[in-house]
Design a binder for this molecule. Structure first.
Ligand code: SF4
Length: 448
C-alpha cells in the first residue's frame, strides 16, 4: 500500500481545459477537438460525418470519453475552422459560446427504456440542457447525471455535480459533496435550476467545492425530504444483453420494427482504452445499419451501445466489431485496464502508454478475473482515471513509477522499466496481493 502523499503532476497546464470545436486543446499530436452529440447519440450518418471530418481535418484518431463524447485528434490551426463547419452541418456543432458546458447532462446508453409511468429520462435530460443554456457562468465541466433506478445507478465515476435519478413516483436528487439524497416534487426542475445557479454564482468549478452551508440551503429552501440512496449497480459490460424493459413506440425504438419473437437486444462494445480511428467509427456506423439500430449510443464505459433488432443481428454485429478490435466480451482483460494517450500523442508523456497497456492487460488477465483494476498513465495527472487503481504505472522519463492501491499522483513504491514491470506481473501469483510485484521495501523518499 502506498503512502497517501501526493506528488505534483508534471504538466498541470491543461487541467480544467474543456475542449470544444471552437476551443480545441493543444496536445502532443496537435489540437484536440471535442464533439458533444446531444444525449451522447449519433445517427449512422452523423458517425460517418465525424469519421470523415477526423480524416480530413485531423489525424484520423477518434477517442470516446468517459462523458460519452467524441474527440478528434491532430487538428491544426489551419483545419480547425473547416472541422467546426463540417460538424455543425452534421448537427454536431457547439451549442454555446460563453465558455459553459457544451453538454451538461450525462445519461446511460439505456436511457429511454424506462417503464411506462416513470420519468422519461431522455426528455428530462433535454429539459435540463435547456435550463443550463440559460445560466451564464456555468463552469465548463458542470455535469448533471440523469438516469433511472430501473437500470441501477451506474454513473458514479463520472463525478456528477448533480445526480438526478428517476424513481417510482418521482425523482431523487444528490448534490456532490453532500451525503444525502432528496426527493424532488413534481416541479423538480425548478430545484435543479436553483442548484445550477448556485454553482454558477459560487465561483467554484465543481459542486463538491461549494461551501457546505451554501449547498445545504437548496434542500432547506425547498423543504425537500431526505430519502434513501437509490440502489447502486455497476456499469454494463461489453456484450449482448436483453433490454431492461420492452421497447415502446416512442422510447428508443430500433429503426426497424422487430419481426421476430425474441425482440430487440442491446449490444455494448467498448473502444480499447477509449481510443479508436475514423475507420473504426465508420465500421460501427455500417454495423449499426446492418443490425437495424436507430443510432449509436455513446457509453461512459468509453464505448457504444447499439439496439439491434434481434439476438441474431446482435451476434453478427458483435463478431464484426470484435474483428475490428472493439471489446465485445465482459472478460476481455483490456476492460480492466485504463490508459491515456501518453507519448507521442501527449507532450506530457514519455512512454507509449497504449501499447504498454495492451501488453499489460494480457499479463493482468488473472488479476482482472478477480475484479482488480490497473491503470497505465503517461504522467501523474491521470487523465484516463484520476482515482485509485489496484496497480498504476505512471510514466516518468521513459520508465514507470509503480503505485499500488493508489492514485496516479500517490507516492510510488518503486520505479521500473516497462519490461521489468511486465515481467513481475507475469510472474506474480494471482491468488496473492499485487504487493508481491514490489518485493523491495518502499524507500522513504520518492525514487529519483
Ligand atoms: S495523463 Fe496522459 S494524457 Fe494526461 S497529461 Fe499525462 S501523459 Fe498526457
Amino acid at each position: 500500500m502506498n503512502a497517501p502523499r501526493r506528488v505534483a503532476p508534471e504538466a498541470p497546464s491543461r487541467r480544467g481545459w474543456c475542449p470544444s470545436l471552437a476551443r480545441p486543446m493543444p496536445t502532443g499530436d496537435g489540437l484536440l477537438a471535442r464533439v458533444h452529440p446531444p444525449l451522447g447519440r449519433l445517427t449512422a450518418a452523423q458517425a460517418r460525418a465525424v469519421a470523415d471530418a477526423a480524416r480530413r481535418f485531423g489525424n484520423g484518431h477518434v477517442d470516446v470519453t468517459a462523458r460519452a463524447n467524441l474527440q478528434i485528434r491532430g487538428v491544426t490551426e489551419a483545419s480547425r475552422c473547416g472541422l467546426a463547419e463540417a460538424l455543425a452541418a452534421a448537427g454536431l456543432g457547439d451549442v454555446r459560446h460563453d465558455g459553459g458546458p457544451q453538454r451538461l447532462t450525462l445519461t446511460t446508453p439505456l436511457a429511454g427504456f424506462e417503464p411506462a409511468g416513470t420519468v422519461d429520462v431522455p426528455a428530462l435530460a433535454r429539459r435540463i440542457e435547456a435550463i443550463g443554456l440559460e445560466i451564464a457562468g456555468l463552469p465548463p465541466k458542470s455535469l448533471v447525471a440523469v438516469e433511472s433506478d430501473v437500470h441501477g445507478i451506474a454513473l458514479g465515476p463520472a463525478e456528477a455535480d448533480l445526480h438526478c435519478v428517476a424513481i417510482r413516483g418521482g425523482l431523487a436528487l444528490h448534490l456532490a459533496g453532500d451525503a444525502a439524497w432528496w426527493r424532488l416534487p413534481d416541479d423538480g426542475e425548478t430545484i435543479v435550476e436553483a442548484a445550477l445557479r448556485l454553482l454558477a454564482a459560487s465561483g467554484q468549478r465543481r459542486m463538491r467545492d461549494v461551501f457546505d452551508v451554501a449547498r445545504a440551503e437548496i434542500p432547506a429552501r425547498f423543504a425537500l425530504p431526505p430519502i434513501p440512496a437509490p440502489a447502486a449497480s455497476s456499469a454494463p459490460s461489453p456484450g449482448a444483453f436483453p433490454l431492461p424493459t420492452p421497447v415502446g413506440p416512442e422510447r428508443g425504438s430500433p429503426r426497424s420494427a422487430p419481426p421476430v419473437a425474441d425482440g430487440p437486444v442491446a449490444l455494448l462494445v467498448d473502444a480499447p482504452f477509449g481510443r479508436g480511428t475514423a475507420d473504426a467509427l465508420g465500421r460501427l456506423a455500417d454495423t449499426a445499419d446492418a443490425a437495424g439500430a436507430a443510432d449509436l449510443r455513446l457509453s461512459p464505459t468509453r464505448g457504444v451501445l447499439l439496439v439491434c433488432v434481434d439476438a441474431g443481428a446482435a451476434e453478427t454485429a458483435r463478431r464484426a466489431l470484435a474483428e475490428a478490435g472493439f471489446l465485445t466480451r465482459a472478460d476481455d482483460p483490456r476492460g480492466a485496464v485504463a490508459a491515456c494517450p501518453g507519448a507521442p500523442a501527449c507532450a506530457s508523456g514519455s512512454t507509449p502508454t497504449l501499447h504498454d497497456a495492451a501488453r499489460l492487460a494480457e499479463a493482468f488477465r488473472p488479476f482482472a478475473a478477480r475484479g482488480l483494476r490497473a491503470h497505465v498513465s503517461g504522467c501523474p495527472k491521470g487523465c484516463a482515471h484520476p482515482g485509485a487503481a489496484d496497480l498504476t504505472l505512471v510514466g516518468r522519463d521513459g520508465r514507470y513509477d509503480v503505485v499500488l492501491s493508489g492514485r496516479p499522483d500517490a507516492l510510488p513504491a518503486t520505479r521500473l522499466p516497462f519490461e521489468a514491470a511486465l515481467e513481475r506481473v507475469r510472474r506474480a501469483d494471482s491468488a496473492l496481493s499485487l504487493a508481491q510485484i514490489v518485493p523491495d521495501p518502499p524507500p522513504g523518499p520518492r525514487p529519483s
